[in-house]
Design a protein around this ligand. Structure first.
Ligand SMILES: [Zn+2]
Length: 69
């Protein structure tokens, strides 16, 4: 009587681990084009060159690229 319960627990654990693994693994690579966050607190990161700009800036101070937000 022990084996089916153990199997059920193992299958459940495997399912949980795989779902959790997929959910967490997707986060960093969901958008490969954006390794950096486009905006942090008080700063905007230029999507083109990665330069940190003030959040009030509309264009990147380094390359002039339009900033989002
Ligand atoms: Zn830039």
């Amino acid at each position: 009587m022990d084996t089916p319960l153990l199997l059920l627990l193992l299958v459940g654990l495997l399912l949980f681990v795989s779902i959790w693994g997929v959910a967490t693994a997707r986060r960093p690579s969901s958008d490969p084009g954006e390794g950096l966050a486009t905006s942090t607190e008080g700063m905007k990161i230029c999507p083109r060159c990665g330069m940190g700009n003030l959040w009030t800036e509309r264009n990147c101070s380094a390359c002039g690229n339009a900033l989002r937000g």
